[in-house]
Design a protein around this ligand. Structure first.
Ligand SMILES: Cc1ncc(COP(=O)(O)O)c(C=O)c1O
Length: 375
């Protein structure tokens, strides 16, 4: 009998024991099927057992799983080129997670400011944001419940309200070296930034010689029906952070830089043992190829889902704010065969797989409606 007694108790109760997955569904040890509309928090974006990912994993696992960054391998440079083309930026650093991808971005902002002798260094970030659990990422995460137990963190981070252009203008003073923002807040409750706010970020970052760091860990890589969520606005950040679905379930993060921003991190200034290994990179190339084809379907299915469910979001990133707590609804939905999650206490979060169809969306909407009614 497996027990949890030796696991550090950082996670809450986890009622489901997942044994396997297939397409949009996972199965528990008793063989019961669940429609998965949270997909490992946005990671299993092509669903489970996607043939292109399975083939890439099988073939590469037999050849070489890890080579370290002492050597080149056939897939890292190809993936960097693909991500540069996807993002519109120039240079790519590959790591293992969203947190690490954010660390690379923050280190570049610091190194760049230090190189030009800027003594006062302010970072502007958003209230309610989430950027990861490492010390740097935590410092720019705008939620006390994650940050407070671990202070002191990086000083001089100023938080402004989401879509509050006046506060942003007030906070982004001449000391500002970076403005960090999720294009659509994920953990913060699925809150899209407005065009006006994003335009102000771009304008102020340029004016202050600061980096606009767009965190697209949750909303990027096809999730909204665009390659990256910022692309809808015709704006280009200086640095883009992403991870989650990139490695098809294997840990892989990426930080994309403009040539000028990336120039701050020279040889020996940053690195990783595991990041950008041959297995993860080969799978990522397969993931991007499949996702490219699916972009119109993601937009179409997302629009249908949003229309049927209500709520807010874009593409297949949707949140439904409830009047009361979401946890009981999540539990009832699971009992009815649908996996979702709740963030901020009362926002149901949906990150369905990109391969979702009408039938799954209809089923999910019916279950959610019934689960909310049961309150
Ligand atoms: C927007 C955003 N940034 C960063 C992270 C951290 O990513 P990871 O858990 O892979 O370190 C997350 C994770 O949920 C996220 O949603």
């Amino acid at each position: 009998m497996v027990t949890t007694e030796h696991l550090l108790p950082v996670y809450g109760a986890r009622p489901l024991l997942v044994e396997r997955g297939e397409g949009c569904y996972v199965f528990d040890a008793a063989g019961r099927q669940y429609l998965d509309f949270i997909t490992g928090i946005g990671v299993n974006a092509l669903g489970y057992g996607h043939p292109a990912l399975v083939a890439a994993i099988r073939e590469q696992a037999a050849l070489c799983v890890h080579s370290s960054n002492l050597h080149r391998h056939p897939y890292q440079e190809a993936l960097a080129a693909r991500l540069a083309a996807w993002s519109g930026l120039d240079l790519v650093f590959l790591s293992n997670s969203g947190t690490e991808a954010m660390e690379a971005a923050l280190k570049a902002a610091r190194a760049r400011a230090n190189a030009t002798g800027r003594r006062q260094q302010r970072i502007v970030a958003l209230e309610g944001s989430f950027h990861g659990r490492s010390a740097g990422s935590l410092a720019v995460t705008g939620q006390g419940k994650y940050r407070d137990p671990f202070g002191p963190l990086t000083p001089d981070v100023v938080f402004v309200g989401v879509n509050d252009v006046a506060s942003l203008r007030g906070a982004a003073n001449e000391d500002t070296i970076a403005i960090v923002a999720e294009t659509i807040l994920g953990e913060g409750g699925i809150v899209p930034l407005t065009a006006e706010f994003l335009e102000a970020i771009r304008e102020l970052a340029t004016q202050r010689d600061a980096l606009w760091i767009a965190d697209e860990t949750q909303c990027g890589l096809g999730r909204t029906g665009e390659r990256f969520a910022y692309q809808r606005f015709g704006l280009l950040p200086d640095v883009v952070v992403t991870a989650k679905p990139l490695g098809g379930g294997l840990p892989l993060g990426a930080t994309m830089f403009s040539a000028e921003a990336g120039a701050a991190l020279g040889q020996g200034m940053h690195g990783t043992t595991f990041g950008g290994g041959p297995l993860a990179c080969r799978v990522a190339l397969a993931f991007l190829e499949e996702t490219e084809r699916l972009l119109p379907a993601i937009a179409e299915m997302g629009a249908y889902f949003l229309e049927r469910l209500g709520g807010r979001g874009r593409g297949l990133m949707v949140g439904l704010e409830l009047d009361g707590p979401g946890a009981p609804v999540v539990e009832r939905a699971r009992e009815e065969g649908l996996i979702i999650n709740c963030t901020q206490g009362n926002v149901l979060r949906f990150l369905p797989p990109y391969v979702v169809g009408w039938t799954e969306i209809d089923f999910a909407c019916d279950v959610v409606r019934a689960s909310c009614r049961a309150d």
